[in-house]
Write a protein that binds this ligand. Structure first.
Ligand code: AMP
Length: 400
């Protein structure tokens, strides 16, 4: 639905960001380029966002006074991290500061059980699941879902954290311990053919723009690399965009949101065109949603006309959305803390690859599995970009 645009928030204004990780950092870099000021609030000092921001407020998200004072000093509030208490958006709203996306969108994405319930209400496809509110619900859930299944905690789950794969009865005891005292969901373990994601944005005027559908490859449940665009039929791309649009409208999202999909194998056989459109939609299951820019959208900085961070800025400031056109094939590769196991990576070897851009997030402690930065390789095709990107990442570990 198109609406009259609300008052745009022009360059020179101040963006307030809750959260202070790399997503806020890349938003801050774009904001500065475009002449905006940016303030960040989180419990961390000298954070990835704070190093770039005009102001870094160090406070707990539930510190009422700090949140109120912060909201008073900004023109719009947004998030780079969804696990922020509802209080934050309520207080900012009470001060008359627009909160984009709204607290309702954040609330939907904060808890896996709530997220799946809302997606199902919106008529969107999710992996078969059962709530496990107490350890006593587990047996019932297993009886309905069967093995293999994955138990996931409802709150604070990302990158495979708080998850247990249940292959048989022998894993029930370990599962009961996780489910004891916290809400969980039991999901069917699905044999997907690939993992895809779609980053899209919706403006204050209701306009909608999606980036190309991309393919994600994980290692140890953490995103390892993203291939943009995904090599899938155009009907599948249309189906992914159709589902995304339904979700944006249902939740009335203003901002950037990423949908992670499991693409299921094609069991449809030969069909006519109408059936094949329908069966394209049927091949998607939504794994999760993130109401902010996403790791799988980092390639847009080099590979698209408008980066996902500029798009977030445009959406939350009530500007017209930028073009989501892809300029060149791209592959994004994460740099995890493990890369520092044997000391500082070999940076000079990396710069021998002119098609590869380096992004580091300013984190001082390289822990195992911690996202320290990423590379984006571009090329004439995704195949070439992938080979280049992998070689460049491997070179970082090589001796001089
Ligand atoms: P999540 O934290 O839910 O994004 O899960 C991390 C990764 O675990 C996903 O990207 C998948 O590779 C895998 N995974 C999660 N849920 C399932 C499932 N129901 N079936 C198969 N693989 C899954």
């Amino acid at each position: 639905m198109q609406r009259a645009p609300l008052h745009p928030i022009p360059p020179g204004s101040t963006i307030g960001v809750f959260g202070s990780g790399q997503l806020g950092r890349m938003l801050a870099l774009e904001a500065r380029r475009m002449g905006y000021r940016l303030h960040t609030l989180s419990p961390e000092r000298n954070s990835p966002t704070g190093q770039i921001a005009d102001r870094e407020v160090v406070a707990a998200y539930d510190d009422r006074d700090a949140v109120l004072e912060f909201a008073q000093g900004v023109d719009v509030v947004t998030f780079e991290f969804e696990n922020v208490p509802a209080l934050v958006s309520e207080l900012a709203n009470a001060r008359g500061v627009p909160v984009r996306p709204s607290g309702r969108v954040l609330h939907a994405a904060q808890d896996r059980l709530r997220e799946k319930t809302i997606l199902s209400q919106a008529g969107l496809p999710v992996t078969p699941y059962r709530p496990v509110e107490t350890a006593a619900d587990l047996q019932d859930a297993v009886d309905q879902i069967g093995f293999p299944a994955i138990l996931k905690t409802s709150a604070f789950g990302y990158d495979g954290k708080g998850q247990l794969l249940l292959e048989s009865e022998k894993h029930l005891d370990a599962a009961r311990q996780i489910a004891d005292g916290q809400s969980c969901v039991l999901e069917a373990f699905v044999e997907f053919s690939s993992e895809l994601s779609l980053v899209a944005a919706r403006g204050t005027d209701g306009s909608f723009a999606a980036y190309p559908l991309v393919e994600n490859r994980h290692k140890n449940h953490i995103l390892d690399l993203t291939i943009a665009p995904a090599h899938v039929d155009s009907e599948l791309v249309q189906a992914a965009k159709y589902l995304a649009r339904q979700l944006f409208e249902f939740l009335d999202v203003v901002g950037v949101l990423c949908i992670e999909y499991f693409l299921m194998p094609d069991n449809s056989g030969t069909q006519d065109a109408t059936d094949s459109e329908k069966s394209s939609v049927d091949r998607f299951l939504i794994n999760e949603i993130a109401p902010r820019p996403h790791n799988s959208g980092h390639w847009t900085i080099e590979g698209a006309a408008t980066s996902q961070f500029e798009q977030q800025l445009r959406a939350v400031c009530g500007l017209k959305l930028g073009s989501t056109e892809q300029l060149r094939p791209a592959v994004m590769l994460n740099l995890l803390g493990d890369l520092w196991n044997d000391g500082e990576p070999n940076w000079s070897a990396l710069f021998k690859y002119p098609e590869v851009s380096l992004h580091l997030y300013g984190k001082r402690k390289p822990r195992r599995g911690r996202k320290m930065g990423h590379l984006t390789a571009t090329g004439p095709s995704t195949e070439v970009a992938l080979v280049t990107g992998l070689a460049a990442r491997a070179a970082l570990q090589g001796a001089e």
